[in-house]
Write a protein that binds this ligand. Structure first.
Ligand code: ME8
Length: 633
């Protein structure tokens, strides 16, 4: 028997309660897990929490409780939410679990003995805001951006992981396994990063105490990412290793596509796997995040039902891309696709079978061209859906299915079953229409079961089944087989949402009182007269191309259309933005700045960005209908 399909989510930090970003990743994993079960596979699905490190230590201190108390509290939020949402993970791993602590220490020791981890003195610069060592090149970039104040001189003993030794093996592996990171454009970013050169990675800290101690040298605790990544190993029974699919947000792809395989290669445990990096749910142009306080909590949306949220996530988010969230969009989607679309189709079909055939689904004796076309449509849609879902593209799969469901509405309008029912001469045609509609709904219940388990079960039972739809397998399902028996009691599938009422009830997203206090806002600069200011030529630009500057994690080289011409501009925004996310963005360009060279590339202008002294830069964005070349004044 083949190995179980092993799927993972990131383990979430316990510095705050879950928001819909975390819920999205976990729902995606659950949908994929359920889908593989219905393909007849055994599935091992792991999720959990990341409990050590400075973030958690600080959050607990701010609340006056211990990190473990905070972790216990937040873990209760997570496990309660996953239970309420019917998640089908096999284990919820916590990095404070004893077996995990033992695992991390054991592996650390193994790599230390082998020489892949070594102790050395680090003497150099340290970036306080990034909590990371800084190379000379990086320091120059920070200085060029006026951020030198973030750097401090540091001399400390630390354990390093010999990451540099794995650069070639990683590149070779990437070359031979084009499926390693999805989507492709994210994989390219990873490759370019590694091609730029890997430095050994510091994997211990003496500045914090909340973590797993280095075995035999307890004043060091193990760096939180070394600890966290190993959860996928601890949490997995040997029979399920390695992971088949690891879901991550694009923000943590580098850790998973570079550090994680390197750790495993060092431990001799690496085997091919796939990492799927999804995009972000945004509020406006911004990532939803705990620290920004612009978050939507799942509880706000769950009152419309688990399935509603699961469906919205899968239907609206194209995996890999970002997606703006809005309450209105959420409700419109559910009303259109579930209350009207599928809900309406099911209730019309079932009531016609009830009324015209006493609840017994007919077997069609003959089909005319239109009936044949619809029957063939189902035979095509079913495998197409499965193929797209197998590629984890539920967005496209659901699109194919809903296009077909809309075509069925048209079919009803054309066939006019209510007219056919008036004369027994039309019985064969009416039978064909009712059978086609029934079969389409039966296939739909099966196909959407991983996405909407409860709704699918309700529909399945309304169609006369007494079994569990989730226990049925796709393979070999007779799409045109007879009904199992008379139809059951039709139950409404989805209650239409009163949008106006709900919108007025929904609270605006939480605004963060605390984050305001922690801003490090610079002083107002010296006064300049208006003439001086107006010398600065500010233009709307559109980013056409963007790529990382090799050997730099801060600099991005862009081609920017400023209406009159296209410019090469190098910006220090590489920690805040991925090149792919910059494409087609409107920006404000300082167009008459003297050219200057950054890492050997001549930059003709600068992009305006907002930030305080500590935060990442936020690109200033003109409204979406502004045109490249517009003067900003
Ligand atoms: O990074 N949209 O934990 P974390 C979509 N502990 N997904 C989002 C999101 C958003 N706006 N915000 C968060 C960590 N996510 C580490 C992981 S793994 C060994 C350690 C999702 O609590 C997304 O999957 O910050 C992202 O990768 C994860 O939550 C980060 O959760």
């Amino acid at each position: 028997m083949s190995k179980p399909f092993y799927v993972t989510t990131p383990i979430y930090y316990v510095n705050d309660r879950p928001h819909i970003g975390h819920t999205y990743t976990t729902v995606l994993a659950d949908v994929i897990a359920r889908f593989h079960r219905m393909r007849g596979e055994q599935v091992f699905f792991l999720t959990g929490t990341d409990e050590h490190g400075q973030k958690v230590e600080k959050a607990a201190a701010a609340r006056g409780i211990t990190p473990k108390q905070l972790a216990d509290e937040v873990v209760a939020n997570y496990t309660e939410l996953w239970k309420q949402m019917g998640m089908t993970h096999f284990r919820f791993i916590r990095t404070t679990d004893q077996d995990h602590r033992d695992q991390v220490q054991r592996l650390f020791k193994r790599l230390l003995d082998k020489g892949d981890i070594y102790k050395a003195t680090y003497k150099g610069l340290y970036s306080v805001s990034d909590e990371a060592y800084v190379t000379e090149t990086q320091a120059k970039e920070l200085q060029a951006q006026g951020l030198a104040h973030q750097l401090v001189e540091l001399e400390e003993e630390t354990y390093f992981f010999r990451l540099s030794a794995y650069q070639d093996r990683l590149l070779k592996y990437y070359e031979e396994h084009p499926e390693f990171v999805q989507p492709d454009f994210r994989f390219n970013e990873v490759k370019r990063f590694v091609e730029g050169g890997l430095q050994d990675l510091s994997i211990s800290r003496t500045s914090i105490s909340w973590g797993i101690p280095v075995p035999g040298d307890e004043k060091h605790v193990i760096y939180v990412w070394f600890d966290a990544l190993l959860n996928y190993l601890t949490g997995c029974p040997a029979s399920s290793w390695p992971p088949d699919l690891q879901l991550v947000g694009k923000d943590i792809l580098r850790f998973h596509a570079v550090y994680w395989p390197a750790f495993l290669m060092a431990a001799g445990l690496f085997q091919p796997t796939t990492i799927l990096a999804h995009g972000w749910w945004l509020m406006g142009d911004d990532k939803m995040s705990k620290s920004k306080g612009n978050v939507v909590r799942p509880d706000t949306l769950l009152r419309f039902g688990n399935d509603a949220l699961r469906f919205y996530f899968m239907r609206d988010m194209q995996v890999g891309h970002d997606r703006g969230f809005s309450f209105e969009g959420f409700m419109d989607r559910l009303n259109a696709d579930l209350a009207n679309g599928l809900g309406n189709l099911a209730s019309r079909t079932l009531s016609m079978i009830q009324r015209y055939r006493g609840g017994v689904v007919p077997m069609p004796a003959a089909m005319d061209d239109l009936d044949q076309e619809m029957a063939k449509g189902l035979l095509a849609v079913f495998p197409e859906y499965l193929e797209k879902a197998r590629a984890n593209d539920f967005h496209a799969a659901l699109d194919v299915l809903w296009t077909y469901l809309r075509a069925l509405d048209g079919y009803i309008v054309k066939a006019e079953p209510w007219k056919l029912a008036k004369d027994p001469v039309n019985d064969p045609k009416l039978d064909a229409v009712l059978a086609n509609l029934y079969r389409a709904l039966r296939a739909t219940a099966l196909l959407v079961a991983p996405v909407m388990p409860e709704l699918a079960q309700t529909l399945w039972e309304s169609l006369g089944h007494t079994t569990k739809v989730a226990e049925t397998t796709f393979h070999g399902f007779a799409l045109d087989g007879p009904a199992i028996g008379p139809i059951g009691d039709p139950k409404p599938l989805f209650q239409r949402i009163d949008k106006e009422k709900e919108l007025s009830d929904l609270l605006p997203p939480e605004t963060p009182a605390e984050t305001k206090l922690s801003l490090d806002v610079p002083e107002i600069r010296e006064v300049v007269d208006a003439d001086t200011f107006f010398k600065v030529d500010l233009r709307v630009g559109k980013i056409l191309e963007a790529e990382r500057v090799p050997k730099s994690d801060k600099l991005i080289k862009m081609k920017v259309d400023i209406g009159l011409e296209q410019r090469t501009i190098v910006g220090g925004i590489g920690k805040a933005y991925e090149p792919a996310d910059l494409l087609q963005k409107l920006v404000v360009v300082v167009a008459n700045l003297a050219p200057r060279k950054l890492m050997g590339i001549e930059s003709h202008g600068m992009l305006l960005a907002a930030s305080d002294n500590a935060s990442k830069p936020y690109l200033v964005a003109p409204p979406s209908d502004a045109q490249p070349g517009f003067l900003v004044k």
